[in-house]
Write a protein that binds this ligand. Structure first.
Ligand SMILES: Cc1ncc(C[n+]2csc(CCOP(=O)(O)OP(=O)(O)O)c2C)c(N)n1
Length: 328
């Protein structure tokens, strides 16, 4: 199909590609949850389900050689930038075939071939890395752009402001993408964040915008503009994406009624689901039918299951490697 929807300029190929990537993230995360529940995965993980449109909308506006940095909730960013689900599952399971040879686990996956400089368990920590990458691109005269994903909890970290200051002074090609899923761990963000979020980047003279993070087309449109602006010398930008995580802070956070209600969770799932919203739009625009969407889901499910089987069967690293690649 080559039909183009004129209002946004997003054609069928791009929209279906975004639907496919969002589906891959959702199904990957459901399996990651199962790995935890069946005690096959060491440690825990932070699920991105519900937030898929942010990673996919932004990364669809990037080239493969552009960079991203990610967070403790990083599987979605990683998949959206092109990582292989099998190697990601292998990393979650501590297998040698994993992206960090099984030594990083869920919160440290890096995939340099696809421009992912890594997830980071230190809240706000990757802001320095993304800004450094943008500085490097500028110094070397390439036209690469760096995107820094972070949760609104990172707005309490001083590093974020140190690097925004530098990025503005030196007009660096970096886009700060703040994923506001309403909660800093178990606390509503309004209890921890004073004033207007957008006033903070604007204080540095950084172009700052807000977008509905459940609408992948809107996220893509804003990101595409800000990325191209940065690429062509327009300097840094800040994109605030309003979103929601359907699951707990991490997979073990099951009883969460003390900090948010079931009704709130249900409302986001039923009314604001990013996959349902894009699916409905694709059908309304006659860019895809229900059968097309089901076929995409079946294909993606097969890929995810294949990746999972690969990881489950993959060998653990030799214990003799335990001190290799470790810097301390
Ligand atoms: C510097 C630092 N402080 C505290 C923590 C513990 N911690 C892990 S996740 C988290 C909340 C992060 O909230 P947010 O940035 O909004 O991301 P979300 O989990 O909502 O995606 C905290 C406080 C940490 N990992 N690093």
């Amino acid at each position: 199909m080559t039909a183009t929807a004129p209002r946004t300029g997003i054609d069928a190929e791009l929209a279906l590609g975004m639907y496919r990537r969002m589906t891959a993230i959702r199904l990957f995360e459901e399996q990651a949850n199962e790995l935890y529940r069946s005690a096959k995965m060491p440690g825990l993980t932070h699920l991105y389900i519900g937030e898929e449109a942010v990673a996919v909308g932004v990364c669809s506006a990037l080239r493969r050689d552009d960079w991203i940095t990610s967070t403790h909730r990083g599987h979605g960013h990683c998949l959206a930038k092109g990582a292989d689900p099998g190697r990601m599952f292998a990393e979650l399971l501590g297998k040698e075939a994993g992206y960090c040879r099984g030594k990083g686990g869920s919160m440290h996956i890096a995939d340099h071939e696809n421009g992912n400089l890594g997830a980071n368990a230190i809240v706000g920590g990757s802001a320095g890395i993304a800004t450094g990458a943008a500085f490097s691109a500028k110094r070397r005269g390439t036209d690469q752009v760096a995107v820094c994903f972070f949760g609104e909890g990172a707005l309490g970290q001083g590093l974020v402001y140190e690097v925004m200051n530098m990025a503005a002074l030196w007009s660096l090609p970096v886009v700060y993408v703040c994923e506001n899923n309403l909660y800093n761990e178990y606390t509503h963000y309004l209890e921890a964040t004073a004033g207007e979020i957008l006033a903070r980047p604007r204080a540095f003279g950084i172009e700052a915008r807000q977008v509905d993070g459940q609408d992948v087309r809107g996220v893509y449109a804003e990101a595409a503009e800000l990325v191209e602006r940065a690429r062509s010398g327009g300097g840094p930008a800040f994109l605030l994406a309003d979103t929601y995580r359907y699951h707990g802070h991490h997979v073990g956070d099951v009883d969460r009624a003390y900090y948010r209600s079931k009704d709130e969770e249900e409302l986001w799932r039923s009314d604001r689901d990013p996959l349902a919203l894009l699916g409905r739009w694709l059908e309304q625009q006659k860019l895809a039918g229900g059968d097309d969407l089901r076929r995409v889901e079946d294909e993606v499910r097969a890929e995810i299951e294949q990746g999972l089987a690969f990881a489950l069967e993959a060998p653990f690293p030799d214990p003799g490697q335990v001190t290799e690649d470790v810097y301390a």
